[in-house]
Design a protein around this ligand. Structure first.
Ligand code: F3S
Length: 646
């Protein structure tokens, strides 16, 4: 039986398991990636392991998320990252160099390799034929230490692209179409593998837009073949030697096939506040817009911004709209300047922002109260923009540019000559300049780690023993995101290395008294609905509740990365056996679990609601290895005491 692309790469990196779908596998990652928001926690964790130097083939520390220097905190974190990179043998990508995922596929990604990144959109590199996974920073630290990463062998889904996109319709519309069809949970436990004739007309950055937002369908990762288009991209990046061809075998077997016809695809928009709430732009009632943002790791490529500039050329940004544009990388920004595209944008009234995440994650450019923001980024959850009640719409760069002109959500096909976009693609020549990377010394043992007052040690979880009797601190509905738990904002990212402080914003937008209640209760449980912890991989969403005394989450289902983060930080991820039991619990009810460690071991846990005198079963869907980690009090305790068995 032939192999899919994903199976071929996994097979080459497998150290444990037999690749049977659903069974646990351990794989080694060649490349690791962190960014400044999640990275500090990763390097704090790496430090506790007492390993002098990273063992992964290539490790990068990107400074791209929060570049504000409103006070000392951020700069202290950046200095901490610079010194840990030098000490541990990690390449540092300096602030101003651009967004981690976009830089990584431009300058470092190699088809056939594996990458683990402490960001859910680390999947972006799948556009280059790299098997990339997003995980918590602690797991990335483990991979830096040369340890295997464990996951359940995903199903492999074939996404067959037929036909060719029309001008005005973009790669973004392909992934929005997939979101429309399968939703934010449709990719759970799956790898989306792209194939078909439609693939041949997509550039590497266009493919990367699709693999980037594979995170939004909940997929473990997404991947494209490495073909002539990949080769051409690598040649232009001066990296021809990194090319290898990778394609699926003719007789490869997929669990499912999804076909998308690019010929008939139309411009789409994800409505507030879920990325799968997708409709055709042409079907929208007139929506008045206050802000447009073009950029991010999803749509910050040369062609993305050049197409937006073409739509805007000779026109002016609507007086009611603030348009900000940010190239994904410094390389792309240099090319756009060289080719006069930045000048065209400025002439139209666009504001040019730094090459960073910025607006995408609510760091600067927050919309007005109750405002409407149309964005080319990948997330539109409540609070993502930094303004809690702003409404966020996700679109392609072409649609965003048309919207900036009219002042309401519009597509290029509306009265614009879409044909002018037909020949706009990646530039003939890339601007290659790697001077913003700082390479570590061969021996970093003498490097002193810079530690400002905002860098606090990682809290270590309590080891659970005996019975657990705790109140319910909060009860939440379906699709609670990690943004709901620890909202993305300048406050969040400035406090990322200071768990005691960051815990004060836990559930801030959802439940204003949560923190006070949790502190009063000292030890507690959270109850959630379906897909609890979806969205960004940030492990602060596990660490902050843990710090506040949360011992377990009981939900109808828990998102993959968040579940791993809960386990890593010693918080029990429990799932209702019968979903109706969710209704048998109210906030402040007292829940009782007898002999917690024995029950973890049996993977079935009986919970007694003492307040209502009702018992129900919950499952703990963990492997034996994860059960051992939980019983050890999380991964850091586990690593320190590897031989402890339950
Ligand atoms: Fe940055 Fe937004 Fe991407 S925060 S890594 S641009 S999802």
């Amino acid at each position: 039986m032939g192999l899919t692309i994903a199976e071929k790469i996994i097979k080459n990196h497998l150290v444990d398991g037999d690749m049977t779908t659903g069974s646990e596998i351990g794989i080694i990652f060649d490349h690791t990636l962190t960014h400044d928001v999640t990275g500090t926690l990763g390097y704090l964790a790496f430090e506790t392991m007492n390993i002098p130097k990273v063992k992964a083939e290539l490790s990068l520390s990107y400074v791209d998320h929060n570049l504000l220097q409103a006070d000392y905190k951020n700069m202290d974190d950046h200095m901490f990252l610079k010194s840990t990179a030098e000490k541990f043998g990690v390449i540092l990508s300096r602030a101003g160099n651009g967004i981690c995922h976009s830089i990584h596929y431009q300058r470092f990604g190699k088809p056939g390799k594996t990458l683990i990144g402490s960001d859910s959109h680390s999947t972006t590199g799948g556009g280059l034929g790299v098997l990339c996974i997003g995980a918590g920073a602690l797991d990335v630290a483990m991979s830096m230490a040369g340890e295997a990463y464990y996951l359940q062998m995903p199903e492999i889904v074939k996404v067959e692209l037929k036909g060719k996109l029309s001008p005005g319709v973009a790669a973004k519309d392909i992934i929005l179409e997939l979101l429309r069809r399968i939703g934010v949970k449709g990719g759970l436990g799956k790898i989306m593998e792209y194939s078909g004739k439609g693939v041949n007309s997509l550039s590497v950055p266009e493919r990367a837009t699709i693999t980037n937002m594979g995170a939004e369908v909940g997929a473990t990762t997404s991947i494209f073949p490495s073909d002539e288009i990949t080769k051409e991209f690598l040649v232009k990046q001066g990296r021809e030697k990194d090319f290898v061809e990778i394609k699926a075998d003719e007789d490869a077997v997929y669990s499912e096939v999804i076909t998308i016809d690019l010929d008939t695809l139309m411009p789409l928009v994800a409505m507030p506040s879920m990325p799968d709430n997708v409709v055709k732009v042409s079907e929208l009632e007139q929506v008045k817009v206050n802000q447009v943002f073009i950029g991010s790791c999803t749509n910050g490529s040369y062609a993305d911004i050049a197409k937006a500039a073409k739509v805007l050329k000779g026109k002016k940004v609507h007086p009611d709209v603030s348009l900000s544009v940010s190239a994904g990388t410094r390389q792309t920004f240099q090319e756009l300047m060289r080719d006069g595209i930045i000048a065209d944008l400025v002439t139209s009234g666009a504001r040019i922002m730094e090459n960073s995440c910025g607006a995408c994650t609510g760091i600067g450019q927050a919309p007005n109260t109750g405002g409407v923001s149309v964005r080319t980024s990948n997330r539109n959850f409540k609070g993502r923009s930094g303004t809690m009640d702003a409404k966020l719409y996700l679109v392609s760069p072409e649609t965003a540019a048309a919207t900036a002109i009219t002042g309401y959500v519009s597509q290029v096909l509306d009265g614009e000559n879409a044909q002018v976009l037909e020949n706009i693609g990646e530039p003939e020549v890339y601007h290659i300049d790697d001077t913003m990377f700082i390479y570590p010394p061969e021996d970093g043992s003498g490097v002193e780690i810079y530690r400002g007052p905002n860098i606090k040690p990682l809290p270590i979880p309590e080891i659970l023993i005996g019975n657990l009797e705790v109140p319910v601190v909060g009860k939440f509905g379906d699709n609670i995101t990690t943004d709901d738990i620890t909202p993305a904002s300048a406050t969040f990212s400035a406090l990322r290395s200071n768990v005691p402080e960051i815990s004060k914003i836990t559930f801030m937008g959802r439940d204003t008294d949560f923190v006070e209640r949790a502190k009063k209760m000292e030890r507690s449980i959270i109850v959630g609905g379906e897909n609890y912890g979806q969205g960004s991989s940030r492990e602060h969403a596990a660490v902050a509740p843990m710090y506040l005394g949360v011992k377990a989450v009981i939900a109808k289902s828990i998102a993959r990365i968040h579940k791993a983060n809960l386990i890593n930080f010693g918080v029990l991820p429990l799932v209702f056996k019968n979903k109706e039991d969710y209704d048998k619990i109210d906030r402040e009810d007292i829940l009782f679990i007898e002999n917690i460690v024995d029950q973890i071991k049996s993977k079935k846990v009986t919970v007694l609601n003492k307040t209502k005198d009702i018992s129900f079963e919950v499952e703990i869907e963990v492997t034996d290895r994860e059960a051992t980690i939980l019983a050890s009090g999380g991964k850091l305790n586990f690593v320190k005491n590897k031989n402890k068995k339950i």
